[in-house]
Write a protein that binds this ligand. Structure first.
Ligand SMILES: CCCCCCCCC/C=C/C(=O)SCCNC(=O)CCNC(=O)[C@H](O)C(C)(C)COP(=O)(O)OP(=O)(O)OC[C@H]1O[C@@H](n2cnc3c(N)ncnc32)[C@H](O)[C@@H]1OP(=O)(O)O
Ligand SMILES: Cc1cc2nc3c(=O)[nH]c(=O)nc-3n(C[C@H](O)[C@H](O)[C@H](O)COP(=O)(O)OP(=O)(O)OC[C@H]3O[C@@H](n4cnc5c(N)ncnc54)[C@H](O)[C@@H]3O)c2cc1C
Length: 596
């Protein structure tokens, strides 16, 4: 399996190179080669971006051509057996030896071993290592180093390097995730990636970055990219599930009628149409987030890091919510396909295992929402001090006088309702923290006692951002469309708002004048909208325009020959090569004859 995937991975990479395309395209085209993950994912997904983001121009001139021409194969080794979330707690050390102008890398304990980096086990010969930088007896915190770990000719691990594969996982089983330990492993001073901090030959530490967290820049980039990846993943899953639901006929609600397409059941529409809407919502939000990200990068190039905190807060909650929603909705697509959705040949299991991993890697869901919550609470306090709010938090102003928002069930009114929920939940967190402090707790304990609410407030903020961006971007992008297209896309964005309003009635009752009658109206509108979308459902997923080779699904292929494809795949399984398995003669027959 590994050998096959490496071969396909290289065909994919060199093919893209020949076309002179860039790595995001690689990500998309690799889908046509793999159901699983390429061992080269981290090379282009994190190793190359870190060289660009963390190296000086001179260092880039050395390393980038080698990486882009695949003369070296890299990964990103930050997480350790003992630490993944808490980067400041990483145990691997890099101690500067001025006498030889080298850093000495050590993994002092088993828990210090790097663990998880994709491609590290058997594929990569270089990696970015995050290690605690020591010079002149002082620790300056985690810094990125570029480290050769295998001989580029023999691929043997270099002396002082312990490296290997970490073993089977829920998914990602071709990603070749590995472990890495250092025993007094020496690297040249120049292998410290010196864009944000430098160590001179005599060991003097020089801080260059204007912001203490620019070392974390690669993670922010990947979080931004993952929102788009999730939209793409969910669009594939719902294409499979909707097409299958159009082919599958089951049960007989009316004795004198033929079995209906399962797509005609309202419950099936309830499971699947939110998936179509969410794929659109996340795609539009990811483009908006990308534009925000590139804007912040431009500001930082001009020496201004003022917009970085809002980007960190946005990328954290959008990565958390997009990966969490996608994992849940891909599983919902699988549920909607009955037993055949559980077949590996449907491709839904592989899509799910990829999505559910993203909820954890690049920053755990809870941890990132708490990062966003930190920014929300700080913004609330700045508002109390009369300081201006950042654009995505402008809605907090409406909460200043504490009056309840009057419920308005128009799409724009529902967006305002979600703003009110977010403002209300942030305000409740601030109130909780202040109450605990007044009762004698210190700030850290008061914060910890409020974290369940803080995660909820961050989710509410993120939902409000997605609703607003989705609604605004749909209106902007459909302005020139035909009335028919405009109407269908408006139905999808309205469906998203009604769905989440019904999911969050508790919050809306608490923070707006929503009534029981309003909820009944929402439910009726939602169900009527499902029926309106039904005639366009297959057209909407066809519009995602996935080729069969990319969907790789017995259930989702364009021609709808589901049962023929399921049988074709079944006959390919190794167990069907012989009519009788040799296990019958070895075990079953002796058992039947009482000879086991
Ligand atoms: C195509 C692609 C496919 C690419 C496909 C690639 C496949 C990927 C495979 C997987 C790869 C990985 O998982 S790589 C490993 C990923 N690992 C992670 O993501 C680890 C997650 N942990 C973290 O990011 C950090 O530990 C975090 C939780 C933020 C806490 O960091 P710290 O303790 O240093 O910071 P704190 O004390 O919490 O906060 C101090 C201040 O720093 C700010 N801060 C914290 N992080 C910041 C940041 N990133 N940018 C700006 N500011 C930040 C906070 O807002 C605070 O600001 P003030 O409030 O103003 O003080
Ligand atoms: C498929 C996959 C691929 C990966 N690839 C890479 C890679 O290429 N390179 C790399 O460096 N890493 C990689 N990782 C590792 C990944 O980045 C970490 O697993 C992730 O950052 C989570 O950290 P952790 O595993 O230490 O979990 P922990 O942080 O230990 O989480 C365990 C639990 O503790 C909770 N928790 C932790 N801190 C807090 C807190 N402050 N407040 C409240 N709750 C908290 C979490 O929410 C979670 O419920 C990969 C992981 C996976 C699953």
């Amino acid at each position: 399996m590994y050998g096959q995937i490496v071969r396909d991975g290289l065909v994919n990479v060199t093919g893209i190179e020949d076309l002179g395309l860039t790595s995001p395209v690689l990500q998309r085209t690799s889908d046509a080669f793999f159901k699983e993950i390429s061992p080269f994912l981290l090379h282009f997904g994190m190793f190359v971006p870190t060289i660009i983001g963390q190296c000086t121009p001179e260092q880039q001139a050395k390393w980038l051509p080698l990486a882009m021409d695949l003369k070296i194969i890299g990964t990103y080794a930050q997480t350790e057996l003992g630490h993944g979330t808490f980067i400041r707690g990483l145990e691997t050390t890099a101690t500067y030896d001025a006498s030889t102008e080298q850093f000495i890398l050590k993994t002092p304990k088993l828990s210090s071993y790097k663990w998880w980096a994709g491609g590290l086990g058997k594929t990569a010969n270089h990696c970015i290592v995050l290690a605690q930088l020591y010079t002149k007896g002082v620790c300056h915190g985690p810094h990125p180093f570029i480290v050769q770990i295998r001989d580029t000719e023999t691929h043997m691990p270099l002396p002082g390097i312990k490296v290997g594969e970490i073993g089977p996982k829920l998914g990602f089983n071709t990603a070749d995730n590995g472990f890495l330990g250092f025993e007094d492993f020496r690297i040249p001073r120049e292998n410290l990636m010196m864009k944000n901090a430098q160590v001179t030959k005599d060991g003097t530490y020089v801080k260059v970055a204007r912001h203490g967290k620019l070392t974390y820049g690669t993670m922010v980039f990947v979080r931004v990219m993952l929102v788009s990846d999730m939209a793409y993943c969910l669009a594939k899953a719902v294409t499979i599930a909707v097409r299958y639901s159009a082919v599958r006929r089951q049960s007989q609600p009316k004795p004198d009628q033929p079995e209906p397409q399962v797509l005609d059941y309202l419950t099936q529409q309830h499971k699947l149409f939110i998936c179509i809407s969410t794929a659109h919502a996340m795609k539009l939000t990811s483009t908006w987030l990308w534009n925000t990200f590139t804007g912040v990068l431009a500001d930082m190039r001009d020496g201004n890091t003022d917009t970085l905190p809002e980007l960190h807060a946005l990328s954290s909650c959008l990565k958390a919510i997009s990966t969490s929603d996608t994992s849940a909705l891909i599983e919902q697509c699988r549920f909607a396909c009955g037993g055949h959705g559980y077949m590996y040949s449907s491709n839904l299991p592989a899509l799910y295992s990829f999505a559910t991993a993203t909820r954890t890697y690049e920053g755990d869901y809870t941890v990132l929402l708490l990062q966003t919550a930190r920014f929300l609470v700080k913004s609330w306090e700045q508002m109390d001090e009369g300081k201006p709010l950042t654009p995505t938090l402008a809605y907090l102003e409406q909460s200043r006088n504490g009056s309840q928002v009057s419920w308005d069930d128009s799409p724009e009114g529902i967006v305002r309702g979600f703003d009110a929920v977010a403002a209300g939940r942030i305000g409740a967190c601030v109130k909780s923290i202040r109450k605990h402090i007044n009762n004698g707790m210190d700030y850290e304990d008061a914060w910890q006692m409020t974290t369940v609410q803080l995660v909820g407030a961050a989710e509410a903020h993120c939902r409000a951002v997605i609703c607003r961006v989705y609604r605004d971007e749909t209106a902007r992008l459909t302005a020139g469309c035909s009335p028919g297209v405009k109407a269908v896309l408006d139905q999808l964005s309205t469906l998203y708002l009604l769905y989440w309003a019904l999911e969050r009635t508790g919050d809306l009752l608490r923070f707006s004048s929503l009534s029981e009658r309003d909820i009944e109206n929402l439910q009726a509108r939602y169900e009527a909208l499902l029926l309106k979308i039904r005639p366009n459902a297959v057209g909407l997923v066809d519009a995602f325009d996935f080729r069969d080779e990319v969907l790789m699904s017995t259930l989702g292929s364009y021609d709808g020959r589901v049962y023929e494809r399921l049988m074709e795949e079944a006959l390919k399984t190794p167990l069907n090569r012989e009519p009788v398995s040799d296990s019958f003669h070895k075990y079953i027959k002796p058992m039947m004859q009482g000879k086991l």
